[in-house]
Ligand binder design. Sequence first.
Ligand code: NDP
Length: 284
Amino acid sequence: MTARIIARIIDGKLVAADVRAAVAAEVATLGFKPGLAVVLVGDDPASAVYVRNKDRAASAAGISARTITMPATTTQAELLAVVASLNADPEIDGILVQMPLPKQINTRAIIDALDPAKDVDGLHPINVGRLAEGLPALTPCTPRGVMKLLAHAGTELRGARALVLGRSSLVGRPMAALLTAADATVTVAHSRTRDLPGECRRAEILIAAVGRPEMVRGDWIAEGATVIDVGINRLDDGRLVGDAAYAECAAKAAAITPVPGGVGPMTIACLLENTVIAAKARRR
Ligand code: NDP
C-alpha cells in the first residue's frame, strides 16, 4: 500500500526561479557585470554537467561566466597557478573550483589558496570561521538554499529542534551553523550517532544530507515535522532519489522537499547570489 501524502511540497524550482530573477534584477542596477570563474579539472561527466548549468544560469542572470577546463593530469602547482591568476584578476568576483578534484591534488591546499573575498563556495577557513562566529560571510550555496526553502515554507526556526544528518564541510557543518545563527536548537548526527531513528524522531526540522538513498524512513519522522532532503542519489535503475524515503516521510511531515526539484535548484541560484554579494563587497 502506498502511504498517503499529507505534507506540503516545498517547490525548490519555484523558489530558485525567484532567487535567480532577484539576482538578475540586482545585476541590472549594478553598472558592471560581476564575473564568475568556474574551474573544472578532469573529465567527470557529472561535474561537466554541473559546470555547464552554472555557466548558463550565470549568463542568464547577467553575470559574466568564465569556465576554465583543465586535464585530469593537472598538477597541484598548475591548479594553484590558475587560482592565483584568478585571485589577481580584477574582472573576477567569484571563483568556484568544482569538486571532487583528481587524487594528485590536495583539495585543502587549493581551498586555502582562494582569495576569501572571491570564495563563492564558502569553503575557505576565513569564511568558515566567520560563519561559525555568526559574522557576515560567503556561505556554502546548498545550506544557504535550504535556509531560503525553510523561510518559504514558513517554518519557525527560533527555538525549534533541528537535526542535521551529515557533517560534511559543504553541507552538514555550515547547515548547522546557519540554523544555530537563526536560533534553532541544533543536533548534528553522523555515521557514529547512536539511535539515529530516535534522534530524527525528536526533530521538528530534519535536514538529510547523508548521501544514502532513502535511508530516512517514515517512522523516523515526527508528526508535523519539516523535512528537507539534500541527498541526490542515482539508483541502478536510473531513478534519482533523495536520502529520505519520500512517500513514507511525506505521510508524516507537514512539509517536505522533493528530489529532484527541491534543494537541487537552490544551489546554483545561491551561487549566483553569492557572486553578486562578493562583487558588491569587493567593489565597494
Ligand atoms: P559527504 O559524503 O561528504 O557526507 C556525508 C555525511 O553523512 C557524513 O558526515 C557521514 O558521516 C554521514 N553518513 C554517511 N553514512 C551515514 C550513516 N549510515 N548514518 C549516519 N550518517 C552517515 O556528503 P555531502 O555532504 O557532500 O552530500 C550529502 C548528500 O547531499 C549527497 O547525496 C550529495 O549528492 C547531496 N548534495 C546535494 C547538493 C544539492 O545541490 N542538492 C549539493 C551537495 C551535496 P561521517 O562524517 O561520520 O562520515
